[in-house]
Ligand binder design. Structure first.
Ligand code: GCO
Ligand code: MG
Length: 402
């Protein structure tokens, strides 16, 4: 069996997606996601100029060998562009293997470990009252877990606050827009949000919060401590994780569960955090961390330390990643939760898929492969549109982490 051709499809049904389609000499094809929000065309070039020429003639059944070829063979290891290109190939190859075997991907991984995949939705508002209402809407929709973000008085466009009512889409400008940040104001305000949420809805639902890399380790520890009475499911990306040791300080001071890893590309980004038991949930997902082949290695290492998965699932990850992640989540023994920001109707139409939501859970389908396709004719109607994530500056103009 051979790979005879491959192509990259870029489409923007509301936001940009990079999709790889690999064709084989047996008529079977596979689909992979290589979307890197705000840097999409770098992955397109990596795939078209440097990966596809090597793939032609290879045996698509050799998923592991092709992964090693692309990882070791580039010499320049890791990084978001390389690992997304590898992920796109990997997803397409698992899709092909599933179609050849007549089995859904979760069966190839080892079979079902659970009936459904618990997800969390994104509730946000310009202030505490709006966010409390938004959480109520998710509860009404049947969600068991909800991430809550609020605007903060005095902070310009605080992270996580949408323009719409149900979710936010940060990458919306042809050049990065400038948002603000002020830790003091956030530390004064965010705990009050969770106090009100628990007072309003009680303790039956899981509540999550994303710090989006804004706090120093000391400030993060302080926030974790202040949030303890409200029993969060997790506090995410509370400080940047380039320095994995930074989490020691946070861990020493709070029992609020910590989640990290949506920007991790490989097991090396998470190794110390995992082995020193500095986190509780790992946010790496299929497109970010080199595909299913590599993500399951991360999950296995995490399982030794009772760390559970919590795959990134923002809307900048295409339905192809969501489909693959749901097969992974259905299998992985140390599953924690799956993020689920619903895609727009336009996006769902471009990517026909067989997963569905019901009462707080997502369910992957039983179609052979990962169950997500691309309607190329429809995709062609939505050409690429430059869209950048914002940047963040402190009040005095200093660059900060968005
Ligand atoms: C989350 C996130 C994201 C990122 C986005 C960047 O869902 O937890 O932090 O929404 O901001 O994926 O492209
Ligand atoms: Mg996040």
């Amino acid at each position: 069996m051979k790979i005879v051709s491959a192509k990259v499809i870029v489409t923007c049904p509301g936001r940009n997606f990079v999709t790889l389609k690999i064709h084989t000499d047996q008529g079977v094809y596979g689909i992979g996601d290589g979307t890197l929000n705000g840097r999409e065309l770098a992955v397109v070039s990596y795939l078209e100029d440097h990966v596809i020429p090597c793939l032609i003639g290879m045996d698509p059944r050799r998923i592991e060998d092709i992964w090693q070829y692309l990882y070791r063979g580039a010499y320049w290891r890791r990084g978001p562009v390389t690992m997304r290109a590898i992920a796109a190939v990997d997803m397409a190859l698992w899709d092909i293997k599933g179609k050849m075997a007549g089995m859904p991907v979760y069966q190839l991984l080892g079979g079902r470990s659970r009936d459904g995949v618990m997800v969390y939705g994104h509730a946000n508002g310009a202030d505490i009252d709006q966010t409390v209402d938004a959480v109520g809407k998710y509860i009404d929709l049947g969600y068991k877990a909800i991430r809550a973000q609020t605007g903060v008085p005095g902070i310009k466009d605080a992270y996580g606050v949408g323009r719409g009512t149900m979710y936010y889409e940060p990458a919306d400008a042809a050049l990065p827009s400038v948002t603000g940040w002020d830790t003091r104001k956030a530390l004064n305000y965010v705990p009050k949000l969770f106090e009100k949420l628990r007072a309003t809805y009680g303790f039956d639902h899981h509540l999550l919060h994303d710090g989006h890399h804004r706090y120093t380790p000391q400030e993060a520890a302080n926030l974790g401590k202040m949030l303890e009475p409200y029993q969060l499911f997790w506090l995410e990306d509370v400080t940047p994780a380039e320095n994995q040791e930074a989490f020691k300080l946070i861990r020493q001071h709070t029992v609020t569960p910590l989640a990290v890893g949506e920007i991790f590309n490989t097991i090396w980004d998470a190794k110390d955090l995992i082995q020193n038991q500095l986190i509780d949930y790992l946010r790496a997902t299929v497109v970010g961390a080199g595909g299913l082949t590599h993500l399951r290695r991360l999950a296995d290492l995490a399982s030794l330390y009772q760390i559970r998965t919590g795959c990134h699932g923002a809307t900048d990850l295409s339905p192809v990643t969501m489909g693959c992640a749901l097969h992974f989540d259905t299998w992985v023994p140390n599953f924690g939760i799956q993020e689920y920001m619903r895609h727009s109707e336009e996006t769902d139409a471009v990517f026909p898929h067989d997963y569905h939501f019901d009462k707080g859970y997502l369910f992957c389908g039983e179609a052979p492969g990962h169950g997500v396709d691309i309607d190329e004719e429809l995709a062609a109607k939505y050409p690429y549109k430059p869209a950048y994530l914002p940047v963040a500056r402190l009040e005095d103009g200093t660059m900060w982490n968005w």
